[in-house]
Design a protein around this ligand. Structure first.
Ligand code: FES
Length: 107
């Protein structure tokens, strides 16, 4: 279980507890958090689950695999350092306190 704070583009914060084994995207989707669309349902094929990870968390997350890296090229205004696809990040206890911010829009 990890408490994850999802921050809307405008600054509104939603902190929720997400079960281990779900993805960061599923945590947002299952709790109706706006700003993460996840059109492909988590298949790493749409880039509409894009977020900017808080700087202090960038190094703590598992590295991006090449498929996520490629798909991020299609995201709206990706930041090479902080952008991630939330469907590719599995929740574990180690993610407790994670903060992510949604972009102005998904593609
Ligand atoms: Fe489509 Fe993440 S949900 S790439």
């Amino acid at each position: 279980m990890a408490r994850i704070t999802y921050i809307e583009h405008g600054g509104k914060e939603h902190t929720i507890e997400v079960k281990n084994g779900l993805t960061v995207m599923e945590g947002a989707r299952d709790n109706g958090i706006p700003g993460i669309e996840a059109d492909c349902g988590g298949a790493c094929a749409c880039s509409t689950c894009h977020v900017y990870v808080a700087e202090e968390w960038v190094e703590k997350l598992p590295a991006k695999d090449p498929m996520e890296e490629d798909m991020l090229d299609f995201a709206y205004q990706p930041d090479p350092a902080r952008s991630r696809l939330t469907c590719q990040i599995k929740v574990t206890d180690a993610l407790d306190g994670l903060r992510v911010q949604m972009p102005e829009k998904q593609i």
